[in-house]
Design a protein around this ligand. Structure first.
Ligand code: FAD
Length: 352
């Protein structure tokens, strides 16, 4: 029996699984469809991460380095799994580069994709240049180190964050009713960063309700308001429009606390994007025959198990955002858990 483990996806969860397998001396094949490890948006586009305010390379750099230098982990970039035959512990997988490999267990860590804000036409994304996503704001910070209006390069006087775009939204049908989990906290951080660097810029956060889980409550909800003067407005956004008379955007909303319609001019709108299963996650679910949530299409753990890294199929383990919205630290932990479950499943004698 082959004792090799296949890890599909080289984002935080897959990297962590591969690192743990490498540390245990288990022969491992890590397949990543992009041309680099780290999960492309995470390593290249994010600026400062919640909750520890570290950079992506501070968090993930050591994982990438260790995996690349591991004696037992083979990394294949620009590669996908295109077919799988047999069953555990004798899977035969076919890769997009034409190779075939026998593996005893598989860790799926194929992650998520960002919600496409164009699907919420009333918010004006793709129509008005000064309506951007929170991912684009991160890119602005990380690549250019400054805040500006894409339409003219000037500093906005007033910025509005719109929470839950593509999350908790029943108007989109059953597919996007889940919470993205990271959005409220990241927005609290981004809003604070703007106020700290540009105290003259007013920042508003439009929310349905704020979900800064656990210990994130103080640093990413109270601190933005009490220390940085970010203003939180509970409101439902009806529409974002553009007024040619003053060249500013208008947020039309209902303030659900005072129960009145309102409209305010703003210069930059930041849409806080939800998370959906990546195309890779859906494809791998088909290839491996894994159970998916019928509504969201995220992978679901085996029903009878208490563990959330056991998939519906023996010998296949699932970790990170392929199972639903999750933060990076939890993705890293799940990668470790999935790796240990895979080792235990194949009964390999570990090298430590
Ligand atoms: C705008 C935004 C900002 C965020 N900021 C933070 C933050 O500050 N802190 C935080 O903790 N969390 C944050 N998150 C959440 C964070 O991005 C996720 O927790 C994390 O990326 C999940 O890691 P993952 O490895 O499961 O998935 P991913 O990061 O999606 O990685 C999956 C990897 O698998 C690869 N892949 C996919 N399909 C295949 C395939 N078929 N074959 C081979 N490879 C494949 C992909 O190319 C990718 O590299 C943010 C999310 C968003 C949307």
């Amino acid at each position: 029996m082959a004792k090799r483990v296949l890890v599909i996806g080289g984002g935080p969860a897959g990297l962590s699984a591969a690192r743990t397998l490498g540390r245990l001396g288990i022969p491992t094949l890590l397949v990543e469809r992009e041309d680099r490890l780290g999960g492309r948006p995470v390593l290249e586009d994010y600026h400062t991460l919640i909750p520890r305010r570290m950079t992506p390379s501070q968090v993930l750099g050591p994982y990438v380095e260790e995996v690349n230098n591991s004696q037992t982990v083979e990394v294949k970039l620009g590669t996908e799994v295109v077919g799988c035959e047999g069953s555990a512990p004798n899977f035969k997988v076919r890769l997009s580069n034409g190779e075939e490999h026998e593996v005893a267990a598989i860790v799926v860590a194929t992650g998520f994709k960002h919600f496409d804000a164009r699907r919420k036409g009333e918010l004006g994304y793709g129509i008005f240049p000064d309506v951007i996503t929170n991912l684009e704001l991160e890119q602005m910070f990380s690549r250019e180190g400054k805040l500006y209006k894409p339409s003219n390069g000037q500093l906005p006087q007033r910025v509005a964050f719109v929470f839950c775009v593509g999350s908790r939204d029943r108007q989109l049908g059953v597919t996007n009713v889940h919470c993205c989990r990271y959005g409220c906290a990241l927005s609290g951080l981004q809003a604070s960063e703007i106020r700290e660097k540009y105290p003259e810029v007013d920042v508003f956060c439009y929310y349905m309700d704020v979900r800064t889980y656990g210990t994130w409550e103080y640093p990413f909800y109270w601190e933005p308001q009490e220390k940085f003067g970010v203003r939180y407005v509970r409101g439902r956004i009806a529409e974002i429009t553009y007024s040619p008379s003053d060249g500013r955007l208008r947020i039309k909303h209902e303030d659900t606390i005072v129960k009145r319609p309102a409209e305010i001019p703003v210069d930059l709108v930041v849409l806080v994007l939800g998370m959906e299963p990546s195309e890779g996650t859906k494809k791998v679910a088909q290839i491996l025959g894994l159970a998916q949530d019928p509504d969201s299409q995220f992978l679901v753990p085996a029903e009878e198990s208490g563990s959330n890294v056991l998939s519906s199929k023996a010998g296949v383990f699932i970790a990170g955002a392929c199972k639903g919205p999750i933060d990076i630290e939890s993705s890293l932990s799940e990668g470790e858990a999935a790796a240990v479950e895979a080792v235990s499943f194949i009964g390999a004698k570990v090298a430590v």
